[in-house]
Design a protein around this ligand. Structure first.
Ligand code: NAD
Ligand code: USQ
Length: 382
């Protein structure tokens, strides 16, 4: 298939582009490089050194003979996007290209506005681009499990069958997102659902959980192909942060009580889920929602596992309960359905001790690159 990976220079997008290319798909990347500029703005870095996008794709071509075309530009620029769609005529458009940090969106008004404009306008442009230029193209959009929040009932995949005052309907599952970033994903979902209903666009919303790990078989082929790994308090996510903290013998930073429970998945499953969605497209006019995670863990459970494995590796680390910089439930019910991708053939990689150990060993080799001032949280929700 001809597939565009928007956000293909990022943490999820780069390994996905390589994986789809390896599997024989014809891949083109769109990226504005804004994430690399945000590193400069925040004075942060990926713990792994990452090559420039051009260098990355040249190395890939040299090693595999497969070409990945690149387009540097912003999805907010409709003329740019239109030109790429006319040139590429994609059958699937994988959309990772958003500002994805909850803390970044909560820094101040400017960052909240940037996040929502970048994400909502970018996605609206993609919807208009598909409608006007490639109406049969399947939009595969990265949403987030955080759109649902933490309701006191099981979370379904996108829709809820309800009976109200004697009448029944199947309606979008209620959304209770926890940051202006997570809200931007809810706004996207509504816009996509509307475009499917009104214009007959085909779309899959992948409500992804927190992703851990960094490497796939493809990114390991050469150091130039290495994926980024964020550990700082703004872009680093829970498990990757704990592993990095262990590597530098920093106490593991559990926010509040640590009973916050989320869906998690390995980066190796992210790439496979996108492939599954691409190879099994939604019908014309269908707005399909898949909950993309493989296991559920509380933050405290993860911290304790990392602490134990670090100890086995000779690293002694404590666990500290920091005053929670976020406003969120710290003890709650959590149970989410994730059968759609499993039914289409996903074989999950589970979080074994060996997986944690192997990420830890990779991180240890780069631990001198950690900027220690970036480890503790500075952004608060209030
Ligand atoms: P990332 O920041 O590493 O990558 C996003 C990429 O998109 C970056 O390379 C950035 O430069 C690019 N980008 C952003 N806005 C753009 C725009 N307007 N035009 C063109 N390029 C743009 O993020 P990631 O971790 O790879 O996340 C990718 C997607 O997956 C996001 O939509 C995120 O919400 C979703 N997601 C991520 C996780 C996770 O744990 N990392 C979990 C659930 C969902
Ligand atoms: N947390 C800690 N300590 C830390 C970091 C985080 O206790 O050092 C807690 C947070 O308070 C939160 C949970 O861990 O309760 C998850 O936080 P996170 O930073 O790992 O993830 P989150 O902010 O939810 O965002 C990440 C990605 C985002 C994606 C989301 C999936 O950055 O793009 O949408 O995971 S989900 O969580 O399912 O919404």
């Amino acid at each position: 298939m001809k597939i565009i990976v928007a956000g293909g220079d990022g943490f999820c997008g780069w390994p996905t582009a390589l994986y789809l290319s390896q599997k024989g798909h014809d891949v083109a990347i769109i990226d504005s490089m804004v994430r690399r500029h945000i590193d400069e703005e925040l004075g942060s870095n990926s713990i792994t050194p990452i090559a420039g996008l051009e260098e990355r794709v040249l190395k890939w071509q040299e090693l595999t003979g497969k070409e990945i075309r690149t387009y540097e530009g912003d999805l907010q620029d409709f003329d740019f996007l239109k030109n790429v769609l006319e040139t590429e005529q994609p059958e699937a458009f994988v959309h990772f290209a958003e500002q994805r940090s909850a803390p970044y969106s909560m820094i101040d008004r400017e960052h909240a506005v940037y996040t929502q404009v970048n994400n909502v306008v970018g996605t609206l442009n993609v919807l208009y681009g598909i409608k006007d230029i490639v109406p049969d193209c399947h939009l595969i959009k990265l949403g987030t499990m955080g759109e649902y929040g933490t309701p006191n009932i099981p979370i379904e995949e996108g829709y809820l069958d309800i009976e109200h005052k004697g009448r029944k309907d199947r309606l979008p599952f209620p959304k209770q997102p926890g940051s202006y970033y997570h809200l931007s994903k809810v706004h996207d979902s509504h816009n996509i659902m509307f475009a499917c209903r009104v214009w007959g666009i085909r779309a899959t919303d992948l409500n992804q959980g927190v992703v851990y790990g960094l490497s796939t078989a493809q990114t390991l082929l050469d150091p130039i192909l290495s994926n980024r790994l964020d550990y700082d308090s703004v872009f680093g996510t829970a498990l990757n942060r704990f592993i990095t903290q262990a590597a530098i013998s920093h106490d593991l930073t559990v926010y509040g009580k640590g009973g916050q429970t989320r869906g998690f998945l390995s980066i190796e499953d992210t790439v496979r889920c996108v492939e599954i969605a691409a190879e099994n497209p939604a019908d014309a006019g269908e707005f399909r929602v898949f909950n993309q995670f493989t296991e559920e863990f509380s933050v405290m459970e993860l911290a304790e596992r990392v602490q134990r494995i670090a100890d086995e590796e000779g690293l002694t680390v404590g666990i500290i309960h920091l005053e929670n910089p976020r406003v969120e439930k710290e003890e709650h019910f959590y149970e989410a359905v994730n059968t759609n991708l499993l039914d289409l053939g996903l074989k999950p990689h589970f979080l074994t001790d060996e997986v944690i150990r192997s990420i830890l060993k990779t991180v240890i080799t780069h631990k001198d690159r950690v900027i220690k001032e970036n480890v503790l949280p500075t952004v608060t929700w209030k």
